[in-house]
Design a protein around this ligand. Structure first.
Ligand code: PBG
Length: 325
């Protein structure tokens, strides 16, 4: 009778043995919590399609930031919902808009202990819900949108953002924002490029949360086709050339091959966005008792780390950090 001499199970016998050889970990410092701040809101208002996630006013977002710091979470990414919307989305760059107000309140509360990211896009601020001003055919005008993004980025940089993250998928957005920030002296503010952002059905709950659903049409004219991987390589390379400080892939779970590609082809930090629908699927199944929500969320985020992401944006950031400590 012959027995195997190589026995991988030796390393799996006890939790301590397994922990010792774990190749990937979820370090709270690499987690980023996306947060919705709404102008004029007092307190927090739960979002029905994202169990456990709320919209926040300035005071409640500052309290949330303190909680994030106490759990060791690395950063927060802000999305704003303005009081009024117009065709140009001018509330996006208002100095007293929801994002600049929240950035100032958070800095006041936690100083430099959190990395503050500000999403840059116009879809929350336009009355038609598209990511920039439209032409007569209803398409987003690329270069006009860039001008708005520069104004947004400047407003967020002035209010204390460490990083701005353009998510509109307009051509040239990283170069335009880099130029605008540098000309205004904000050379220290970094740009996390949503380099490979797909036109995904998994953004559904976000559009409730950010009140950014389109009145008509879709975003397939600027966001990427889910069928394409080679094209992602090109988008990633262009954003590196334009001066990005980190590369983001979004969504994360359905695009782990693209996360791995970004990691192997580039030496910048790679971020991946575990988006609203990816979060909500697990949260909804857990509510029904169909799976263990905490374990499934951990496994999902671990898989994103294993694919090569240094930074993971996830609505489960606080829960994951709390479970760890
Ligand atoms: C804005 C933006 C979206 C998300 C992040 N930034 C929505 C969209 O492109 O329609 C989605 C995030 C999520 O689903 O969690 N352009």
């Amino acid at each position: 009778m012959s027995f195997p001499s190589s026995r991988p199970r030796r390393w799996r016998r006890t939790p301590a043995l397994r922990r010792a050889v774990a190749e990937t970990r979820i370090d709270p410092a690499g987690l980023v919590l996306p947060v919705f701040v709404r102008a004029g809101l007092v307190g927090a208002r739960p979002i029905a399609s994202m169990p456990g996630v709320s919209q926040h006013g300035a005071a409640s977002v500052a309290a949330l930031a303190k909680q994030a710091v106490s759990l060791g979470v690395g950063g927060m990414m802000l999305f704003g919902i303005p009081e009024t919307k117009d065709a140009a989305g001018s509330a996006g760059w208002a100095p007293d808009g929801p994002v600049p107000t929240a950035l100032a309140a958070i800095r006041d509360a936690v100083g430099d202990e959190l990395v503050l990211w500000a999403d840059v896009c116009q879809c929350e601020y336009t009355d038609h819900g598209h990511c920039g001003p439209l032409d007569d055919a209803g398409r987003v005008r690329n270069d006009a949108a860039l001008e708005s993004y520069v104004l947004d980025a400047l407003a967020y940089a002035r209010a204390g953002a460490d990083l701005v993250a353009p998510s509109g998928m307009m051509d040239g957005q990283v170069a335009a924002i880099r130029g605008g920030l540098d000309d205004a002296g904000h050379t220290d503010v970094g740009i996390v490029a949503y380099a490979a952002k797909y036109a995904s059905a998994f953004y559904g709950p976000f559009r409730d949360a950010a009140e950014s659903a389109m009145v008509s049409g879709d975003r397939a004219g600027h966001q990427m086709d889910p069928a394409n991987r080679r094209e992602a390589r090109r988008e990633l390379r262009l954003d590196v050339e334009e001066g990005a400080d980190a590369l983001m892939v979004k969504p994360a779970l359905a695009y782990l091959d693209v996360v791995a590609e970004a990691r192997s082809a580039h030496d910048l930090p790679v971020a991946a966005y575990h988006v609203s629908g990816e979060y909500a699927m697990i949260a909804a199944a857990a509510e029904r008792g169909w799976l263990d929500g905490e374990a499934a969320m951990r496994e999902a985020v671990l898989s994103i780390r294993r694919a090569g992401a240094d930074l993971v944006l996830t609505y489960a950031a606080l829960d994951l950090a709390a479970a760890r400590s």
